[in-house]
Write a protein that binds this ligand. Structure first.
Ligand SMILES: [Zn+2]
Ligand SMILES: [Zn+2]
Length: 369
């Protein structure tokens, strides 16, 4: 079947619906739309996906996981966007978003959206209900991860920028509609860290983000000044010190809490092996641009772990100072190790870039009771 620009224009205007483009294969029980196979009973599928995640995580993280899953579905709309462009149809990202959901709705999937607001950096969409809000009504919370992820994926695909979709109202939460606020966001680690700290995001959401490319100076600058990073961390510590001494003043600085919380997230996912837990945390923080792990060694005789890092936020922020500066990082490492291995440790920086050493080197030892 050949589909042209007129078809899409007719769809947008409401003169046609999607049914002529649907091919039903009753034998296989599948049907395809524009040649793409879709599930014929989305409710079953969606419920199964949510339940699967919920049994491993919790409700809140299940919504996040579904959202992440559906981002790729949204990204898949890029082909359609390019097809329209090629046929001379220039839609704004918001208009395209509306079209995608119109198509999905006619397949029995998406919700018919109302465009409440659109500007360069913000779009607000509203709908009376979504299928997931009906299926998961008894969850009594915002549940529309399918739509959130889908929206984010579409927006990322067509603009090449990062978008964050917040579900401000949800039928499953007792509201009169589901309302989505979609903001273009700063892709920096700071935004991610803030949303993790506020509990809006699971740390796991960020794990497959493009790692910081350390060789690319321009990219590093756009990531935000490292000094700002450090200031933010210090700020954060003032509020979330977990009763420990503030960063830079004490032996076990407050970043400790971050590392420990990070590990706790992985534990909730059912991961138990200490080495895997600490590796995941190291990976997470290096992808966030906190440091780059060079190596990690274990000395059985001395019962001592040595961790070698480069590009720690502190050594980058403070530059050459002639002394060790990575107190926050030391606390972070201690928190990760304690959380992962369930022991009390002491972490000391013995070499530092800021002091003129090649790497920042930390030793972790059991803390005497
Ligand atoms: Zn909802
Ligand atoms: Zn250092």
């Amino acid at each position: 079947m050949k589909i042209g620009r007129e078809d899409f224009e007719a769809l947008i205007k409401g003169e046609k619906d999607i049914t002529p483009y649907i091919e039903l294969n009753t034998l296989e029980g599948t049907y395809s739309v524009f040649g793409v196979k879709t599930a014929s009973n989305p409710n079953y599928l969606i419920k199964a996906i949510y339940d699967m995640y919920e049994s491993h995580l919790n409700k809140k993280l299940a919504v996040k996981a579904v959202r992440k899953l559906f981002r790729s579905v949204g990204m898949g709309s890029l082909g359609l966007y390019n097809l329209l462009k090629k046929s001379g149809m220039e839609l704004s990202p918001a208009e395209f978003l509306m079209l995608v959901f119109k198509l999905q709705h006619q397949q029995g999937w998406g919700a018919p959206f109302e465009l409440v607001e659109q500007s360069e950096k913000r779009i607000i969409l509203r709908t009376k209900r979504t299928f997931e809000s009906e299926i998961l009504k008894d969850w009594k919370m915002p549940v529309c991860g399918v739509h959130q992820g889908w929206i984010e994926g579409v927006m990322m695909a067509v603009t090449g920028k990062n978008w964050y979709c917040l579900e401000r109202k949800c039928v499953a939460n007792g509201d009169d509609c589901c309302e989505f606020v979609i903001d273009q966001v700063d892709p920096s680690w700071k935004f991610k860290a803030q949303s993790v700290v506020k509990g809006e995001s699971a740390i796991t959401e960020f794990i497959d983000h493009r790692p910081v490319e350390w060789d690319d100076q321009a990219d590093r600058r756009s990531r935000g000044h490292d000094a700002e990073v450090c200031l933010y961390v210090h700020d954060e510590l003032a509020q979330k010190d977990h009763g420990r001494t503030a960063c830079g003043r004490g032996e076990l600085p407050g970043l400790y809490g971050h590392g420990e919380e990070n590990v706790e997230h992985y534990k909730k996912m059912g991961i138990t092996q200490p080495n895997v837990l600490s590796d995941m945390a190291f990976t997470f923080y290096s992808q966030m641009g906190w440091f780059r792990l060079v190596k990690s060694e274990w000395n059985e005789e001395k019962k001592e772990k040595t961790i070698t890092l480069e590009h720690t936020v502190e050594s980058e922020a403070f530059g050459s100072t002639g002394k060790n500066v990575c107190y926050c990082t030391a606390g972070l490492l201690a928190g990760i190790i304690e959380g992962a291995f369930g022991i009390k440790v002491q972490c000391r920086e013995i070499k530092c870039r800021s002091k003129g050493d090649e790497y920042c080197v930390f030793t972790v030892t059991n803390k005497a009771a």
